[in-house]
Design a protein around this ligand. Structure first.
Ligand SMILES: Cc1cc2nc3c(=O)[nH]c(=O)nc-3n(C[C@H](O)[C@H](O)[C@H](O)COP(=O)(O)OP(=O)(O)OC[C@H]3O[C@@H](n4cnc5c(N)ncnc54)[C@H](O)[C@@H]3O)c2cc1C
Length: 499
């Protein structure tokens, strides 16, 4: 929703807009908008801009270092799921629908879930969410908490939509397998006035191969190391968690696929997220040496360890880690089975058992928190992981990135409608004002959750157990949490019309 402050800023910006700025049209290597980074955030931004009537005249370039040809031709294989997945909120799905990307989804391959069970691995206190608790007055038909989708599927759909936009006449150039080598502020040759355009303060983007591009507005969607952010001299603040997120595709012993499970262990949370009948995606955040162990033990031991992580106590798990690390546990399956029996766990509150792990699907990623000091500077804006990176325990990183994209599109469309300079800091500040605080709130919430659950110190575990049990009995509070996490409260109050 537009804040009062952003509305005031937009009004102020209009006051600056006495002079009209036109699209760069057909000038060679001169673009209105250059997006560096064709990950999901950058590609979604290109689609979003190209779908926006007020921005259709603008010349846009999207530059991506990786070869995206396999992603463009990707087809879903039954019984084979990529290990890189994201949980998308209903808010993100609505946005992807608005920009035409969901038309290219493979039916049945974005798996909705309506139930979520989260519990404390030390005290067993639990909290249960189901989608109906959110009581969504604005989206009454939304009966899902989120949708699980493979990153490659999402990216594929966005690229197909981008192709469609090009066919429909969008002035959009896609440079793939093209790395940005450097970016500089001015063009030394002195030809900075072309067709009455003053390009003197436009960033110049030098590609490793190919032409150099001039950008009225340069957008960094180029991930955590963001070359665009470095060019703009914007610091990125934060820390590394000294933890890795281990991912894998799991085959389950049950076809149930509408519940997400997350258990907080003192070493970090483990989540089982439903991908489709009998399949789940795992994200196990843990210490780097345990991540290494999880990737190197046999597939059978890995399966046993994942089942143990959802069922057994921390002392048992520590024993398994130690023995497996020394190669000394010949019958892990037996050890897990008898301990599971002794625990007498309530099976209804536990996830399906893992039967197998998809070959080659185990991988890990370092976990970090970062937030850029600013999201904009003159002729520069940052979106997605280039602007902020968060712990994946609440599955919000890309959802925040898509909210950035949606809001930046809105601000630029408003600017274009009024004939403003799209690179002007006065205009871009509206974007930063809206997104900065919201992202900080989400990043801090994830960080606090991580800290709260990373200890087995008794006073803290007692308090958090009390907190979880109390919240679990307060449907109104759970509803509030869910509305926030599902991004239901965040659609824009007024968007430029799409016709
Ligand atoms: C284990 C794990 C689980 C996660 N789960 C979720 C989840 O459930 N839900 C969720 O919302 N988020 C989740 N996230 C976060 C999410 O994956 C990221 O926020 C998202 O992928 C970031 O996308 P991006 O496009 O901003 O950045 P990136 O994916 O990093 O893309 C940046 C792109 O820029 C390109 N690039 C960089 N430098 C250059 C250059 N010099 N020239 C040209 N191109 C360049 C790169 O090649 C890359 O393609 C998870 C993250 C992890 C690690």
């Amino acid at each position: 929703m537009l804040t009062q402050l952003s509305k005031a800023l937009l009004r102020q910006t209009r006051a600056h807009g006495a002079r009209r700025f036109y699209a760069t049209q057909n000038l060679d290597n001169v673009y209105d908008i250059v997006i560096v980074g064709g990950g999901v955030a950058g590609t979604a931004l290109a689609c979003s801009l190209a779908s926006q009537p007020y921005l259709k005249q603008q010349r846009i370039a999207l530059i991506e270092a990786m070869d995206l040809s396999n992603t463009l031709t990707w087809t879903a294989q039954p019984d084979d799921f990529s290990n890189r997945t994201v949980s998308l909120t209903p808010g993100s799905m609505r946005f992807l629908q608005d920009i035409g990307a969901t038309d290219f989804f493979t039916p049945g391959r974005a798996n909705p879930y309506s139930d979520m069970r989260v519990w404390d691995g030390v005290t067993d206190a639990h909290i249960h969410f189901d989608a109906s608790m959110a009581d969504t007055t604005q989206q009454k038909d939304e009966s899902n908490i989120a949708y699980m989708i493979e990153n490659v599927h999402l990216q594929h759909a966005l690229l197909k939509r981008l192709e469609q936009c090009q066919e429909q006449g969008a002035a959009l150039d896609l440079f793939t397998k093209t790395r940005v080598a450097s970016i500089e502020q001015t063009q030394p040759s002195g030809d900075t006035n072309i067709d009455a355009l003053d390009l003197s303060d436009w960033p110049m983007v030098h590609l490793e191969q190919g032409p150099s591009l001039r950008a009225r507005l340069l957008i960094g969607a180029d991930g955590i190391q963001s070359p665009v952010r470095s060019f703009a001299n914007i610091d990125s603040l934060g820390w590394d968690y000294n933890a890795h997120g281990v991912v894998a595709t799991l085959k389950l012993d049950s076809p149930e696929h509408h519940t997400a499970w997350q258990r907080f262990l003192p070493t970090g949370p483990i989540a089982m997220l439903p991908m489709g009948e009998g399949y789940a995606s795992m994200v196990w955040s843990t210490k780097p040496h345990l991540a290494k162990l999880l990737k190197t033990i046999s597939a059978d031991d890995f399966v046993q360890l994942v089942n143990a992580a959802f069922r057994l106590n921390h002392v048992d798990l520590s024993y398994f880690y130690k023995e497996l690390g020394q190669g000394q546990l010949p019958d892990l399956a037996g050890e897990v089975a008898w301990r599971d029996q002794v625990m007498r766990n309530d099976q209804k509150r536990l996830p399906p058992k893992v039967a197998a792990v998809q070959e080659g699907s185990r991988a890990s990623f370092p976990l970090r928190l970062r937030n850029s000091e600013r999201y904009v500077s003159d002729r520069v804006a940052l979106v997605g992981d280039a602007a902020h990176t968060t712990h994946p325990l609440a599955g919000q990183g890309l959802n925040q990135g898509l909210l950035d994209v949606e809001y930046l599109t809105y601000v630029l469309a408003e600017g274009a409608r009024e004939g403003q300079d799209l690179g002007s800091i006065h205009l871009l500040r509206n974007y930063a004002t809206e997104r900065y605080l919201k992202n900080i709130v989400m990043i801090s919430a994830c960080d606090k959750l991580h800290r709260l659950f990373s200890t087995d110190f008794p006073p803290v575990t007692w308090l958090r157990s009390l907190g979880l049990s109390t919240v679990n009995n307060l449907d109104a509070v759970k509803g509030e949490i869910m509305r926030y996490a599902m991004a239901i409260e965040q659609p824009m109050a007024s968007k430029p019309s799409s016709s």
